[in-house]
Design a protein around this ligand. Sequence first.
Ligand code: NOJ
Length: 527
Amino acid sequence: MSDPSPWWRDAVIYQVYPRSYADADGDGVGDIAGIRARLPHLADLGVDAIWMSPWYPSPMADAGYDVADFRDIDPVFGTLAEAEALIAESHALGIRMIVDIVPNHISSAHPWFQAALASPAAPERDYFWFRPGRGPDGAGMPTDWRGEFGGTAWTRVDDGAWYLHLFTPEQPDLNWDHPGVRAEFESILRFWFDRGVDGIRIDSAALLFKDPALPEVVDGRPHPFHDLDEVHSVYRAWRRIADSYGGDRALIGEVWMPSVERFAAYLRPDELHAAFNFDFLGCAWDPALMRACVDRTLDAHAAVGAPPTWVLSNHDVTRHVTRYGRTDTTFSFDNNLDGTPVDLELGTRRARAAALLSLSLPGATYIYQGEELGLWENENIPPAEFQDPMWGRRGHSRDGCRVPLPWSGSEPPFGFSSATPWLPQPPEWKDRTVQAQTGDPASMLELYREAIALRRAEPALHHTAMTWLDVQPAVLAYTRGADFACVVNMSGAAVALPGHESLLLSSGPLDGDLLPPDTAVWLRRQT
Ligand code: NOJ
């Protein structure tokens, strides 16, 4: 019989970006040994699961999202035996493990692509999208499609054919119409489930299929490489595999989708268990927008019986301390480019309130490493040090949110490594190290620790619906169960707290009985 309240419905899931968590071997890049040494941090934080960004062998053309072998570990991170040890050690601490699988594309260094390059007659060509070019000499790209990072989506090989890559040329797209591709990924899933992992995060989950007629992208016509219906048959097959492992292995999709209905289709009972809520991540700090986003999220998920997720940051977007530090309410994922001044104190205050919001809404909550330390985007990385391929293609770098974590000490590398970290850390992070924040009741880290511990112990925060409380339009207030309430003041002025029996937690100092702007509280209500 299936568990009516499986862990993935309301877990706190912590994203480890292995390059930047902790470096044990002194090469300036994080590794598995570093993660194992720093696992106590995650146990102290109280998270239920780790989502591990890719750790597989890779030329690192896209920081590991260009995978050359899904069944091994890149030497920069360690070995498969170390990965297995980490899974076992995490489990011993009660922390589950989710690995990242990238099905849309693989690395150009993968043996399939190397074989495909060797000869136009190689059967491996059919695993990819090789096509002749346009024009008499075939020198024109097969389509005018633009890649997801900007730039063209086709590259020509020596024999004159072109291949499709929706990301960098080092990430050729796979042909999901080929049964061999399906079989290979089903086998990869089993490989990791057999190693005890509890879930799979699915990269670019809506992209897999392409219209073989290769039509151009035209507004108002079906999109040729996004969200094609065939993709659902893949996830139904994957769900059967996950379920065959006893019912508590989860599939979590990275599904960027403008339409809420199309998004929810991925979460039907026989498909993915959950998907990242980019609607929430992308929402500006604005009460009307935020309330509408929460409602949209709840409705969309209720329609398919899936748990909502609440995500504030990840390795692809500007850290939310910086995003929320804007005094206007416009939002873009790479908003650090447009020169709008950022007030980091304001952003930090809002990020503290957002922590209480995202940890008390119904569903699962994701924490991107460093968010619990209140890290902001490093906007001062010299372009010469950018590593992100998006920089070359779209003029925007995601490196500012990928900077190695500060653990201890008063100057870089802040205990991350004995060497110079692969990306520079702001010297101002001396107050944001784990060491500096531990034991300081006013710190972001202690706020997260306390909130997660309270969430774990609070029955109302598990599997109860939320109900809006009518305070005033610019204040988001809701109850969970009979006696728990969260109040977030998004108005510009202090407001009276609704009646309550006791204050459980506050994201910042209260002003007598008043809740200051950009502050949130958890309350025990009178019943
Ligand atoms: C989504 C990942 O989150 C991102 O980091 C990566 O660049 C693209 N997929 C391509 O794999």
